[in-house]
Ligand binder design. Structure first.
Ligand code: SF4
Length: 321
């Protein structure tokens, strides 16, 4: 199916990035082992080439090429799980997670439905996680899919505690506000009996007790679980390891735990070396520069790019004057 597959490896961090290419697309998938493939394997795969959402911290938020068809979504997982696990069979893995959170907004690509049906049939024990930035769409198909397939999980990337701050970060206009996201999560919980996650990027402009209170007002900890993500640097030349960002994530997580949330901290291995973190996608950024005939600008194109220290400054200046 693919014309070319490139692999980038960070031996120390136990993470590999795969770039799959055809004539008109380049997409990325990331493979993690914790600490062996047999014990726990996590795979992040793409649902689009480029993305129309325009998130300012994301390396692919400026351009969109197209939705992937179901075979292209499945094909990333199949290739990696069938041939890249150093002799471990996918069926021997004790904990396998396949997440659609690399490139693209899954809620805008209904081909995901067919892709998840196939992945569930092939890997019935795998957790299939949808990570969405909450575009304004009818989520009924995602609820129905999650009811049919009991291994599907749902996470909304909220990242901020106010809509103003979130609008600055995610310029795509047709998206749910925080209150609407909270309602969608409750509907999903009622339909599936499982708990949705919200994903939050803590930085110095949004890590106070007031932020926790705003979240508590909308996201009931009896229903919602929390992921606090360490902010990635979006460009290769800005890959300075930033322990400060990690401290902020851990500090904010502690506040959320005090408030009653179950919290996990997400710190993607390989973000400092191979661009393994969500939204980095350095190789694809280069591919887009070299294949302009396939590429359309997204709403983010031309807006100021945001990396971690700028994100704090931007929010302080514009949202918290
Ligand atoms: S973070 Fe996700 S939703 Fe946002 S632009 Fe990047 S790929 Fe799209």
């Amino acid at each position: 199916m693919w014309k070319k597959i490139n692999v980038f490896e960070d031996q120390k961090e136990h993470v590999k990035k795969y770039v799959f290419e055809k004539d008109d697309i380049a997409i990325e998938a990331v493979l993690y082992k914790y600490p062996t493939y047999q014990e726990r394997t996590v795979l992040c795969i793409s649902t689009m080439c480029g993305c129309p959402m325009g998130c300012r911290f994301c390396g692919t938020g400026d351009y969109f090429v197209r939705n992937l068809i179901a075979q292209e979504i499945v094909g990333q997982a199949e290739y990696i799980l069938e041939s890249q696990l150093e002799g471990v069979s996918a069926h021997e893995i004790e904990k396998l997670q396949i997440m659609v959170m690399s490139m693209g907004e899954p809620a805008l690509n209904k081909n995901l439905e067919q892709a998840f049906e196939v992945l569930y049939e092939k890997y019935p024990k795998a957790a299939l996680l949808i990570s969405s930035s909450a575009p304004k769409v009818d989520y009924e198909w995602i609820r129905a899919l999650s009811v049919r397939i009991p291994t599907v999980g749902l996470q909304f990337s909220i990242h901020e505690s106010t809509d103003t701050a979130r609008d600055a970060l995610i310029p795509f206009k047709a998206k749910l506000d925080l209150e609407q996201i909270a309602k969608e999560g409750v509907l999903w919980h009622e339909a599936t009996g499982r708990r949705p996650f919200f994903n939050y990027c803590a930085h110095e402009g949004n890590n106070q007790k007031e932020d926790v209170q705003r979240l508590l007002d909308l996201f009931d900890p009896r229903i919602w679980e929390a992921t606090v993500s360490v902010i990635c640097e979006r460009d290769a030349h800005e890959q300075v390891r930033n322990d400060h960002q990690r401290d902020l994530a851990v500090g904010f997580s502690a506040l959320l735990v005090q408030a009653g949330y179950n919290v996990r901290v997400f710190d993607p291995a390989g973000q400092d070396t191979i661009g393994g973190g969500c939204g980095q996608l350095w190789y694809v950024q280069d591919w887009m520069r070299n294949n302009e005939q396939y590429v359309k600008p997204s709403v983010g194109c031309g807006l100021q790019k945001v990396h971690a220290p700028m994100l704090e400054k931007k929010v302080k200046e514009k949202v918290l004057p």
